[in-house]
Design a binder for this molecule. Structure first.
Ligand code: ATP
Length: 306
């Protein structure tokens, strides 16, 4: 089953602001990152997937359902954690999450049980009867996550789930999201402007910029090997660079590393011979991998040249 599929999805606000432009993407189940700078169109995309906003044109399908005509069925199977906090301070987490379970159509007893279970999953079981107003930011984020889980969805849409958290809180939230995706088998779409955190926990990534698709792919494909060799020696970097240049290899220095494009079968042998003859301690010789951040760097170079 395809998790999310869009075809030329476009959304303009008031005919002037284009939040999504001709977005065509297909996403398979798993933990998926949706990354882009602030204003890239991430929240708009989420709201369209939930059937809260109508696209201006194009098609969208979520879990093989059409949110523009089957919004209720979509919401029954999708949990949503909004970006901003709108929790009632004078309710306990147990009351609040139970209430949202009831709104999702669960009978009272089941809603109460499911709320306790969801609060246990997010690590708030012990504190569930305390008023939300006294919770830390990290605990409030967990309540938002628990309410998204209460009706046992097949897909979670998380809008900036680490917002406002300190580094330890971010780590804890990312680990929790990863556990939900792997242990409970729920697909998760994590929306973030922070590439590094999404890259850490996701199987695949959708990168958008100004409402347009930059790239959608598996993380492993985006971080695949390049045809550049990375060499690291603990001493004699200059010496080795000079020797490789004398061997007519197009060597480039990057900090403590030397980078050499593989131009022929001889490249690897020339490097190994040079290292051996100069008697240098070799730490590392491997193929450099692409980094996901290059995606946005390329876009910046392109727009700077435009
Ligand atoms: N209701 C609205 N009316 C007019 N313009 C809007 C509206 N909502 C969003 N926009 C604009 O649409 C564009 C995309 O916004 P959106 O909130 O989807 O981006 P985002 O990637 O989620 O950013 P952020 O992380 O800052 O929320 C922005 O230029 C934003 O100003």
């Amino acid at each position: 089953m395809t998790l999310i599929a869009t075809q030329s999805l476009t959304k303009t606000y008031g005919g002037r602001v284009t939040a999504l432009s001709d977005l065509t993407v297909t996403v398979e189940p798993g933990i998926v990152g949706l990354v882009g700078a602030n204003g890239a169109g991430k929240s708009t995309f989420i709201k369209i997937m939930l059937g809260l906003l109508e696209p201006t044109s194009g098609q969208v399908r979520v879990l093989d359902l059409d949110p523009t005509t089957q919004a209720e069925q979509v919401r029954a199977r999708v949990g949503y954690m909004p970006e901003h906090e709108s929790l009632p301070p004078d309710l306990s987490a147990a009351e609040f999450v139970t209430h949202l379970g009831r709104i999702s159509g669960l009978p009272r007893t089941i809603a109460r049980e499911r709320a306790s279970e969801a609060l246990r999953h997010v690590g708030l079981y012990e504190e569930r009867y305390r008023q939300i107003g006294g919770y830390s930011t990290g605990m409030k984020q967990r309540v938002k996550l628990a309410q998204a889980l209460v009706h046992d969805p097949d897909l979670l849409l998380l809008d900036e789930p680490t917002n406002g958290l300190d580094p330890a809180g971010r780590d804890a939230m990312l680990n929790l999201i990863q556990r939900i995706g792997t242990e409970f088998g729920i697909s998760v779409l994590v929306c973030s402007h922070l590439l590094g955190e999404v890259e850490r926990i996701c199987d695949s990534l959708i990168a958008i910029d100004g409402g347009r698709l930059l790239r959608a792919d598996n993380i492993s494909a985006m971080t695949g090997a390049t045809d550049v060799l990375t060499i690291e020696v603990s001493e004699g970097v200059d010496e080795l660079a000079a020797r490789l240049a004398a061997d007519r290899l197009p060597v480039r220095r990057e900090g403590r590393l030397l980078l050499v494009p593989v131009e022929s079968d001889r490249t690897y042998d020339l490097i190994m011979t040079a290292v051996a003859e100069l008697e240098l301690p070799l730490h590392r010789l491997d193929q450099r991998r692409h980094r996901v951040a290059e995606l946005f760097a390329q876009r910046e170079t392109t727009s700077a040249n435009a």
